[in-house]
Write a protein that binds this ligand. Structure first.
Ligand SMILES: C[S@@+](CC[C@H](N)C(=O)[O-])C[C@H]1O[C@@H](n2cnc3c(N)ncnc32)[C@H](O)[C@@H]1O
Length: 269
């Protein structure tokens, strides 16, 4: 199912990596993931989330604060029962591992452009094929995945449509309007409103919204560690000045967690 990110020919699996008939070869790292991001497709030396963001997300998610989000994601995926699936922008693999558990016997793949993220993720579920790769050039064959997961990540809709057979779909989990509102109010003088269905305007005609639902709850950020790691794993945390940051970290507060799940189904061509 794997294809060459340079010439799109099928890749053959070797002991230490993969290779296409034209001789393009890609290494398997010591940790087990495949490096399918050729230098000419990189826009910077270390694209994607850096080690500090990956570690913050690992700690925050590991503490179970977003466990209900992952549980519902896994349930929705299990309802679809895909034979093959791919998590696009898998980060450090928290949601991916729970998808893998909910989809036993399936052929699972996960990719992220951040090497640090995939390095951490691949330990969670060695039975999956983990890849450092770009979502703009996914190294998998056309119509090869019945389900694509996209969790708090950007997505290239045309590339997603290419990977899906008719009836397959993208299971997207993204922020809804009030997500982390109380944190954003502490961070910004003026809070910009999220438009939580903006992504639907970008859909190609081959993808249509077939199901949507939301999940909301209040989350108490009682420990300094919870506030610190939440700040560090969002882009908000990197923009805040030191005084404001310290004010946010100093006192417990409660945030709204508000997300939406969308199933975007591949239409018959
Ligand atoms: C907000 S994080 C979400 C990670 C994970 N899904 C989660 O929710 O824990 C977004 C992820 O998208 C990845 N990413 C950004 N641009 C990408 C691209 N062009 N191709 C693949 N991954 C990308 C980042 O490295 C990062 O890990």
């Amino acid at each position: 199912m794997l294809t060459c990110p340079i010439c799109q020919a099928p890749l053959e699996r070797l002991d230490n990596g993969v290779k296409c008939p034209a001789g393009h070869s890609f290494d398997r790292a010591r940790q087990g993931y495949l490096n399918l991001l050729p230098v000419q497709h990189k826009k910077s030396r270390d694209p994607g989330d850096n080690a500090a963001m990956v570690e913050a997300r690992r700690q925050f998610l590991g503490a179970g604060h977003y466990a209900p989000l992952a549980r519902r994601l896994a349930e929705l995926a299990a309802e679809r029962a895909p034979a093959r699936w791919l998590d696009i922008g898998c980060g450090e693999g928290y949601y991916t591992a729970q998808l893998a558990e909910a989809l036993p016997g399936s052929d699972g793949y996960a990719l992220d452009i951040s090497r640090e993220a995939v390095k951490a993720a691949c330990r969670r579920a060695p039975q999956l094929t983990w890849m450092v790769a770009s979502m703009a050039r996914v190294p998998l064959a056309d119509a090869s995945c019945q389900l694509l997961a996209s969790v708090f990540s950007p997505i290239d809709w045309n590339e997603a449509a290419r990977l899906l057979p008719a009836g397959g779909g993208v299971l997207r989990l993204g922020p809804a309007r009030d997500h982390l509102l109380e944190l954003r109010q502490r961070l910004y003088d003026e809070v910009r409103e999220y438009i939580d269905d903006k992504h639907l305007a970008d859909l190609p005609p081959s993808l249509a919204l077939a199901h949507t639902e939301s999940l909301n709850f209040r989350l108490a950020l009682d420990s300094r560690e919870a506030r610190e790691t939440l700040l560090a794993m969002t882009p908000h945390g990197w923009r805040v000045n030191p005084q404001r940051r310290e004010r946010i970290l100093a006192e417990p507060f409660v945030v709204t967690v508000a997300v939406r799940y969308d199933w975007l189904e591949r239409q018959t061509p």
